[in-house]
Design a protein around this ligand. Structure first.
Ligand code: PMP
Length: 386
């Protein structure tokens, strides 16, 4: 029997999206494929609420999306500010430094975000070309206060690069209205497509900064100069080639983005919030504690939860024995002390209750004292209260 996949990516996908992967592969310059690719690009722009941005769809994972942003904006010696909320912000530091940036970090303890005063003070110190932040840090489930941070960067004339790999199409984000310069993401989480696509929406100020750069981009595959004409051609309905696109993944992307837009962005953000609040109620009912230090900094797309006393990392296997796959810890400082449950893309009441039930049974099997049904009852109450 197939287990329910409730890790923070990849996630459960819609059958229509998976079916698109099995369609006959068209040539990448076939007019029918050009039309699909062009529509997917337009849809990506709409999903990111970024009418003024240039979308990029490139074969690769989220880490390539990070590199596609950094490699094109950073020149050796440029100063970059990293709002560091965990494991994936650390990865961003590594990529920035590899491309020659001088990095300053504003860090928070695991589970927390730096205060806006700290970020504001750092920005005011001046000299930064760009600031990066992780919308949702998947290692800790921390949600950054993105709107305030990108608005602050814009005020100080600093480009903002937002890693939305674990957030896009699930957490509220209004790229143009908030003034975020680059939103980068990947296919396998709330975007609803199996792993393999790096996605970017690049705003006009970031494109202008890239056009003004003097040093060549230190990678051919990551160079916007190679990809921009391709994306423009596909959107204009014309054939173009730089590197072979992942044809079937692009079909799947087009289907998923179409479904996301049909649900509506605000409705989709609200559904993820509603499901997250029901999960939080369930965890409370089971006596489990969230790793994020407050609800205000807790993501709506995953729950990172401390193991209760007497329960260790073997718990993830015990939940799997109950038919649901959850993930272990990832943040190096706390790895063995917590586990993570993803709740994004198509998670609704059915998967929510299946997951809470599996966690509850695994807790009981591990000898944890909990009233059978306590988590389920709390989740049910939260669901019907709204
Ligand atoms: N950033 C964040 C916030 C992520 O969650 C991940 C993947 N979990 C990445 C970047 C890297 O993406 P990938 O594993 O697809 O390279």
């Amino acid at each position: 029997m197939r287990d329910l996949l409730m890790i923070p990516g990849p996630v459960e996908f819609e059958p229509e999206v998976l079916q698109a992967l099995a369609l006959p592969t068209l040539g990448h310059t076939d007019p029918a494929f050009i039309a699909i690719f062009g529509r997917a690009l337009k849809r990506l722009r709409e999903v990111c609420l970024a009418p003024s941005a240039q979308p990029f769809v490139v074969s690769g994972s989220g880490t390539l999306a990070m590199e596609l942003a950094v490699a094109n904006l950073v020149e050796p010696g440029d100063a970059a500010l990293v709002v560091n909320t965990g494991y994936f912000s650390d990865r961003m530091v590594k990529i920035l430094e590899r491309h020659g940036a001088k990095v300053t970090q504003v860090r928070a303890a695991p589970g927390d975000v730096p205060s806006s005063d700290e970020v504001e003070t750092a920005l005011a110190a001046g000299g930064f070309k760009l600031m990066t932040l992780t919308h949702v840090d998947t290692s800790t489930g921390v949600l950054a206060p993105v709107e305030g941070l990108v608005r602050a960067a814009r005020k100080h004339g600093v480009l903002s690069v937002v890693d939305g790999v674990c957030a896009t199409a699930g957490e509220a984000f209004h790229q143009d209205a908030w003034g975020a310069d680059v939103y980068l993401t990947a296919s396998q989480k709330a975007v609803g497509v199996p792993p393999g696509l790096a996605l970017l929406t690049v705003g006009p100020l970031a494109l202008e900064a890239w056009r003004k750069r003097k040093a060549p981009v230190a990678s051919v595959y990551a160079d916007w100069a190679e990809w921009l004409p391709i994306m423009e051609a596909y959107e204009a309905g014309k054939p173009a080639y730089f590197a072979t696109p992942p044809v079937n993944l692009v079909y799947a992307l087009d289907v998923s983005l179409g479904q996301i837009l049909a649900e509506g962005m605000e409705a989709r953000f609200a559904r993820h919030r509603r499901v997250a609040l029901a999960f939080r109620a369930a965890w409370k009912g089971l006596g489990l504690r969230l790793l994020p230090t407050s609800d205000a900094v807790a993501s709506h797309l995953l729950s990172a939860l401390y193991y209760p006393d007497g329960v260790d990392a073997s718990f993830v296997g015990q939940v799997k024995a109950q038919g649901v796959v959850v993930a272990g810890g990832l943040h190096p400082d706390l790895k063995s002390r917590y586990f993570r449950v993803g709740h994004m893309n198509r998670t609704g009441p059915a998967d929510l209750l299946a997951t809470v039930g599996a966690v509850e049974r695994a807790l009981l099997a591990a000898g944890h004292r909990v009233e059978p049904g306590a988590g389920l009852a709390a989740a049910e109450s939260a669901l019907v209260a709204r």
